[in-house]
Design a protein around this ligand. Structure first.
Ligand code: PEP
Ligand code: MG
Length: 555
């Protein structure tokens, strides 16, 4: 066993503890002869029903609403009548239930892969549901995340949404996966939970369960032979950092008082309830997709308005930026019927949906305005996936026509970043979505682990695009913020402040460490570190150069 594994650090922080792997998938026994076809059909049905029940149970008890959404979407796949028919056909052709299930999923898997794009990326979900159904048909426990009852480092090939949706952040110390990239599900989840994480870490699964490992979520290093002294030192460092972060309070400021607003990304009112979110200066990104998930028709104006009002009321007087529906590509919605796009990430997604369905956008904007009026909240609205100043202008006209005064757009497409000044002639603010801006600037699918180095938000080219937006904002006297995952990395947050970004929006857990990192640097420090990052040739060099020169957060 190697003593040091190296992957990509995607969520900073240290952790030390015993490593446990996600329980393996069941092994299919030799096929058995089927004596009673009806009994075998029932066996397959019961197994699928058990999977659906289990997924729904976990959805109901999931603390986070987006977790519940993921689990319900998986339950829907397990209930798909086409899948059930394919299984029944295989049983009638003489296959026993476990093999019929495996065959049917293999057929679906091939179809998903042949379709390419988004569907091809969903094969992990299919594999996960298959393993659960096969295990259930064999009378075995369903595979998945261990629940040992003590803190541990979770290791996996890759983490499926169903694995992690109800993961207990108090017991999981860190995540390490063999596959995945900086914008993969594992990485986003880890950052939202504030857990250190390393992805694309070859050799992870060869580490025996129970081995005490030390994980560095910034450098991507996983030590499998850490001695007791190092483990103890790591635990002390984690406790000190946690205490320091917990003590950081108040608005975002550099050491010399320069303001950098600290905002949160949310998908529902529930995410505003915690103590961490209470420390935010507002909501920088309210994603509205959750309400539209699992729907065959779009929710009406009243239903939308009620859902938005719940969030606006929970924000309690702080400003809230709500994003219009960002469907398509990595966020498919059944009622939009977008299947068949050869390249969904480059297709009709985000604001582009309004080209086909302008009434959908108008309804949403009216629902937002109604909710804002009912709650008296300070609401700003923005559109995703805007490419041109003309699109920004059209969106602004439609939003203002609906009675919404403060209108912005996300910068997720390089063309928009390059024309930031022109965009700011049409709208009141810009919010840079670094997850998609990385994908489009580097021509690298945000869910592709093999391209993780290109998707790294420390890439100097990405930083240069952000710098251009910030300069445009200063020139026009209009706010420019960052709401992608980049904002949640404390060290990168310092660089973004140095580039001139005025607000950072992140998951609630990331607020305290980002606040502490900003407070440790003056604006001049931030600018110097930003210049170092811009001068580097790649993400790794940029990160290393800044880390060498940055100050530790004060105790
Ligand atoms: C982004 O693209 O950076 C962003 C914040 O939007 P999402 O992750 O929802 O696509
Ligand atoms: Mg985006």
């Amino acid at each position: 066993m190697p003593e040091r594994l190296t992957g990509i650090g995607v969520s900073p922080g240290l952790a030390a503890g015993p490593l446990l792997r996600v329980a393996p998938a069941p092994r299919l026994p030799e096929p058995a002869a089927v004596a009673d076809v009806e009994a075998e059909l029932t066996r397959a049905d019961v197994a699928l029903a058990a999977v659906v029940t289990e997924l729904r149970r976990r959805a109901d008890s999931a603390g986070r609403p987006e977790a519940a959404g993921i689990l319900r979407a998986q339950a829907m796949i397990a209930e798909d009548p086409i899948l059930r028919d394919t299984i029944a056909e295989a049983v009638r052709a003489g296959r026993d239930a476990p093999h019929a299930i495996a065959d049917a999923f293999a057929e679906h898997r091939r179809a998903f892969q042949a379709a390419g794009g988004y569907l091809a990326e969903r094969v992990t979900d299919l594999d996960d549901i298959r393993d659960r159904a096969v295990a259930a048909s064999l009378g075995q426990p369903m595979p998945g995340v261990p629940t040992p009852g003590y803190p541990y480092v979770l290791a996996a090939r890759d983490l499926a949404p169903a694995d992690t949706a109800d993961l207990d952040p108090d017991l999981v110390l860190a995540l390490v996966t063999e596959l995945g990239g900086p914008t993969s599900h594992t990485a986003i989840l880890a950052r939202s939970l504030g857990l250190p994480a390393v992805v694309s870490c070859a050799g992870t699964l060869a580490v025996p369960d129970g081995t005490v490992v030390r994980v560095d979520g910034a450098s991507g290093e996983v030590l499998t032979d850490a001695d007791e002294a190092l483990v103890a030192a790591t635990r002390t460092a984690v406790a000190v950092r946690r205490g320091r972060a917990d003590r950081s309070r108040g608005p975002g400021r550099t050491a010399d008082g320069h303001e950098v607003k600290l905002l949160v990304n949310i998908g529902s009112a529930a995410e505003l309830r915690g103590e961490e979110a209470a420390g935010a200066e507002g909501v920088g990104l309210f994603r509205t997709e959750l309400l539209f998930l699992d729907r065959t028709t779009a929710p009406g104006i009243e239903e939308q308005s009620r859902a938005y009002a719940e969030v606006f009321a929970a924000v309690g007087g702080r400003p809230v930026v709500i994003r219009t529906l960002d469907a398509g590509a990595d966020k498919p919605l059944p009622f939009l019927d977008q299947a068949g796009e050869p390249n969904p990430a480059l297709g009709v997604r985000g604001l582009r949906i309004a080209r086909r369905r302008p009434e959908g956008l108008r309804t949403q904007l009216h629902a937002i305005e109604l909710a804002a009026r009912r709650t008296g909240a300070d609401v700003r609205v923005m559109a995703p996936m805007v490419a041109t100043a003309a699109e920004a202008g059209e969106f602004a006209t439609t939003a203002r026509g609906a009675g919404l005064d403060t209108v912005g757009v996300m910068v997720e497409v390089p063309a928009a970043a390059l024309r930031a000044r022109r965009l700011l002639e049409k709208v009141d603010f810009l919010s840079v979505g670094t997850n998609d801006l990385s994908q489009y600037a580097f021509a690298a699918d945000r869910q592709c682990g093999d391209l993780a180095d290109l998707l790294d938000p420390w890439q100097p080219a990405l930083l240069e695009l952000i710098a251009g937006c910030a300069t445009a904002g200063r020139t026009r006297g209009r706010p420019v913020g960052v709401c992608g995952e980049a904002a949640a990395d404390p060290l990168l947050a310092v660089v973004l402040a140095g580039l001139g970004v005025g607000s950072l929006s992140m998951s609630p857990r990331a607020l305290a460490p980002v606040r502490a990192a900003l407070a440790a640097h003056s604006l001049a420090d931030c600018e110097r570190l930003a210049a170092l990052a811009l001068a580097a040739d790649d993400a790794e060099q940029a990160r290393a150069a800044v880390r060498r020169e940055a100050r530790p957060a004060p105790d």
